[in-house]
Design a protein around this ligand. Structure first.
Ligand SMILES: C[S@@+](CC[C@H](N)C(=O)[O-])C[C@H]1O[C@@H](n2cnc3c(N)ncnc32)[C@H](O)[C@@H]1O
Length: 518
């Protein structure tokens, strides 16, 4: 079996594509449902449903910046407040994503009786996020990537959520909840839909499913349309919503459709929004769109790990990609060269100097898309290689000062040691031969987490992989390759930086020697 074949799902599971006929029928039913529920949308929008790619929104003619292209009544959105399960959810003191998942499962359990039947029939059973992949698929396809551990943890937490909150609910409300629709699989499916399609509506409704708004696909940094929401004053308990703008800071980390800060404010300013119509949500064009083009939204500025995690897809050459190197990995490398005592003391000094961030068991260093390591990593490596006498001096100075940032003497010492003042925080002085060699070793150790296959094997497997038929394989390969390309850039950065630092100090030496007439 070839490497590419070995990556294919082995459980025989494949998403069954809709026939074109079914696709047209479900869209027609959805449009009827929207009409009868007060939705409005521009005649210039074309909803295209293909068996391969699902739904995309396209422009039938040229459209102008500022045009309001769709209006969605808040009351027609599926939220905890609007769902028939509201009382059950609130009596159980549940809320947030858990409450919304119950609302979705409940409405699904009603079938045609649900007020959202016309909308629910358009949704996939679940979105193919790593969260709903089998554990074998997660281990096989995501091994070494930024997502591997995260998804394993997500799966365990969501299962725990289900058994601690949903199971007891089924026992306490057996007459109102049909247990077939509230199993753990249904819960994971609802969570995948929430992750990939929910929006923040307002303080009263919280997060919810917004039909129509959730048909727009994503394009990083090049979207055409923004989602806008005005908070409804009468509904909210919070007096601070008078400005009618959703509090962006309240967005939790894994909010789907992350709205960029400026989107709500600036869009409202340039749009022809019905004044103070707080009962409607709107999609507003932020630039002109030409006839025939797809109309894209943005789900945020996200790297491929985040895109795959929350939405189930990736983008090639995504400039927001990063790779992390865990502190644990640095400790492992350090222990292979130095005594445990040396490693512990140098890391402890680095911490006391205030360069560590996050909690002790989740510390990591970011490597940017260009392969540049976080300065905190360079400082740690620099400290690890400090000669004992310099280390002891610094250690003593920090111990006396207590808090290094309050001691000008210590700050001076640090500046001198790292030559940071001279270089105005440039990383150059930190890039000694030892530090650059350490970066190369760390890149190799991080790379080894991907297993025995090389990046060339991954690229070959991607070329043979079908975007449509093997979505899980395709997107996990894009993620692996984009991360490994960053590690390659880190290696280039380390080799190049050392050469540059080395040759410039050689030039300086030569200059000094020439001055002295040697
Ligand atoms: C909010 S829905 C967008 C509408 C969706 N295409 C549909 O058929 O209903 C989000 C989902 O659409 C798909 N999607 C959105 N943007 C995409 C993109 N740029 N590339 C591939 N899939 C995308 C992903 O499956 C994602 O989870």
């Amino acid at each position: 079996m070839s490497y590419a074949e070995s990556l294919k799902p082995w459980n025989g599971e494949k998403s069954v594509p809709l026939s074109l006929h079914m696709a047209t029928r479900r869209l027609r039913a959805f449009k009827r449902w929207m009409k009868s529920n007060g939705f409005e949308w521009s005649d210039a929008l074309d909803f295209v449903d293909t068996p391969e790619d699902g739904i995309a929104v396209k422009a039938l003619c040229e459209m102008k910046e500022g045009d309001v292209v769709a209006k969605m009544p808040k009351e027609a959105c599926l939220t905890i407040k609007t769902s028939g399960a509201c009382e059950i959810i609130e009596n159980a003191c549940l809320g947030g994503y858990l409450g919304l998942a119950i609302a979705i499962m409940y409405e699904r359990s009603l079938g045609e009786e649900s007020p959202w039947a016309g909308y629910l029939q358009l949704l996939p059973q679940q979105e193919s996020l790593p969260l709903v992949w089998t554990i074998d698929e997660v281990n096989h396809l995501l091994c070494g990537t930024e997502l591997h551990q995260t998804v394993q943890e997500d799966k365990a937490l969501i299962y725990e959520d289900w058994s601690e909150n949903i199971l007891p609910l089924l026992d306490s409300e057996p007459s109102k909840l049909n247990s077939i629709f509230f199993g753990v699989e249904q819960y994971f499916a609802a969570k995948s839909l929430i992750s990939s399609r929910s929006f923040e509506i307002d303080d009263y409704h919280g997060f919810g499913m917004v039909p129509l708004a959730d048909l727009f696909n994503h394009k990083t940094g090049a979207e055409d349309v923004h989602f806008t929401a005005l908070s409804s004053n009468y509904e909210s308990d919070d007096d601070e919503v008078d400005e009618g703008i959703v509090d962006e800071e309240a967005l939790p980390q894994n909010t789907s459709m992350d709205k960029t800060e400026e989107s709500v404010v600036s869009d409202m300013e340039c749009s022809s929004v019905t004044e103070d119509d707080t009962s409607m949500l709107e999609m507003v064009l932020i630039k002109d769109v030409s006839s025939g083009a797809e109309v894209f939204n943005t789900y945020g500025i996200l790297g491929n790990a985040a895109l795959l995690h929350r939405y189930g897809f990736t983008e090639q050459d995504n400039a927001y990609d990063i790779v992390n190197i865990d502190l644990e990995l640095v400790i492992q490398w350090c222990s292979s060269l130095f005594s445990d005592r040396h490693s512990r003391s140098r890391i402890s000094l680095w911490r006391r100097l205030g360069y560590s961030s996050g909690s002790e068991n989740s510390e990591y260093f970011e490597i940017s898309f260009d392969g540049e390591p976080q300065i905190e990593l360079l400082i740690l490596l620099f400290i690890i290689f400090l000669p004992d006498d310099v280390y002891n001096k610094l250690d003593l100075s920090v111990a006396i000062a207590g808090n290094c940032h309050e001691s000008s003497e210590t700050t001076l010492l640090i500046d001198n040691i790292f030559s940071l003042k001279e270089s105005k925080m440039s990383m150059k002085p930190l890039l000694t031969k030892e530090v650059c060699d350490a970066l190369l070793s760390l890149a190799d150790i991080r790379e080894s987490l991907y297993g025995l296959k090389s990046i060339e094997d991954d690229i070959e497997a991607l070329e043979k992989c079908s975007f449509v038929g093997d979505k899980k394989v395709y997107h996990s390969l894009v993620l692996r390759i984009s991360e490994r390309k960053i590690l390659q850039k880190l290696r280039n950065y380390a080799s190049k930086s050392y050469k540059i630092t080395n040759s410039s100090s050689a030039r300086k030496k030569l200059k000094r020697a020439t001055k002295r007439g040697i």
